[in-house]
Design a protein around this ligand. Sequence first.
Ligand SMILES: Cc1cc2nc3c(=O)[nH]c(=O)nc-3n(C[C@H](O)[C@H](O)[C@H](O)COP(=O)(O)OP(=O)(O)OC[C@H]3O[C@@H](n4cnc5c(N)ncnc54)[C@H](O)[C@@H]3O)c2cc1C
Length: 520
Amino acid sequence: MNRAEMLERALAHQEPWDVVVIGGGATGVGVALDAAARGYDVLLLEQSDFGKGTSSRSTKLVHGGVRYLEQGNVSLVMEALKERGLLRQNAPHLVGDLAFVVPSYEWWEAPFYGVGLKVYNLLSGRYGFGTSEILSKEETLARLPTIQTEGLRGGVVYYDGQFDDTRLLVNMATTAAEQGATLLNYAPAEALTRDAHGFVDGVVARDLEGGREIRAAAHVVINAGGPFCDAVRRLADPGLAPLVAPSQGIHLVFPGSVLPGGAAIMVPHTSDGRVMFAIPWHGHTVVGTTDTPIEEASLEPRPLDEEIDFVLETASRYLRRPLTRADVLSVFVGIRPLVRSGDAKSTAALSRDHLIHIDPTGLITVTGGKWTTWRSMAEHCVNTAAMLEGLPEKPCPTRNLNIHGFHRQAARFGSLAVYGSDALHIQDLVRAEPALGARLHPALPTCGAEVVWAARFEMARTVEDALARRTRALFLNARAAIEMAPETARLLARELGRDEAWQGAQVSAFRELASGYVVS
Ligand SMILES: Cc1cc2nc3c(=O)[nH]c(=O)nc-3n(C[C@H](O)[C@H](O)[C@H](O)COP(=O)(O)OP(=O)(O)OC[C@H]3O[C@@H](n4cnc5c(N)ncnc54)[C@H](O)[C@@H]3O)c2cc1C
């Protein structure tokens, strides 16, 4: 993917696009990929970087959602479990199995959760990831060596999927580009145009780098603005009532030593009635999440002090050594675009199902759902769009479409495993210039070649793009990421033809941003 080429294509396109997608998160990139793979002419516009919104800030689970089972939402769980299986089939370099242990401290917990997790297994049918089992105290300790032993009776183990959200997103964007889609980051949709009958017939966007206006006429416009989807809808009709309620969830990241056994902990009921996970991820431990209703969505949501305290307290209850603020390497916050329902008492109870909504202007909004279900959401959305706009009928091929980087044995690439088959090209960069193989920081495996790769082929434009979403340095260790910024800026400047002033400005901007990921 090359941004200059993408921009040129977007500016030169004279005919109306079949589909213009607004929003470059899991939902929008999924829709662009689906539509392009069917053979439609597609443009995707992202106001910031791909994945800047919620899609970089998930718990990193590809899952059916044990909690929705408890709520009796069997169809949602079955759909997600099937999608979990398809995603592992189509992107094995990015989706892996993970053992989750539910520790039990009360006599009834192991049999109770044991039965529930058996049902979870059964619902996954041929897409199963492993059989759940009831564990003795010793077996629980073997999988979770740091778990609180006082009162521990045993546990239940079950299996689910885990992934790297933005690596999948970038690989999905590349797949969409390979299927012919044009995708542009740093290009906000600023206005929607309407025809003589009042129907939306195009988008006016801006290239934030060069300042040029992009006019994109379209047969259909799809709004995948996530938590910002109501603002996008109001570009066509300012008087519309909102569809989504924003709610934020935080994650704290700790050293890998917090969970040394390779298994994750799942707490089905925290004191506020939520599920909490502690999961091993990229050699670290991610713990979350909360659910706090917020007034308005922002691109850089900040954690509340009480949310940090809540996660620390809840996790500490299950660990022999309590966690403190000093242990936190990074904190990240994501916003759920929950579909509004009139009588829901809390955001945790609002629908996780996706919604496809058509405004009187013909603008289609697709929102809600989960990362895990991006493929089925996209299929449903493109089917709706094609029917609504009378586009020629074309079947959806994504069930069996490999995602870019597809590789069954990617683990052999070590720290480059998440790149799948692209790891070979990154190794070539290092062979041609060995200095690029050096780590950018002793605390993380990220090397200079990854930054070069991100700039050359993955449309990374800033230090933040490289350290937050092409690599995950900012999410894993914010202080280390800040120290990596100057060398990252130097490598990017070399690739993108930028001067020293640009490097300085990039480093300052990144320091400012990353300070919001540091907990003190
Ligand atoms: C804390 C948390 C944990 C989660 N964990 C999981 C999990 O483990 N597994 C799972 O399956 N799901 C999980 N989810 C759900 C999942 O992350 C979301 O459903 C998914 O990421 C939503 O993607 P999206 O594309 O709809 O929204 P976003 O990722 O927010 O994308 C919307 C994009 O639209 C862009 N945009 C907005 N306005 C404009 C405009 N005018 N012009 C151009 N672009 C615009 C934004 O910049 C943004 O990038 C989690 C959610 C949260 C909040």
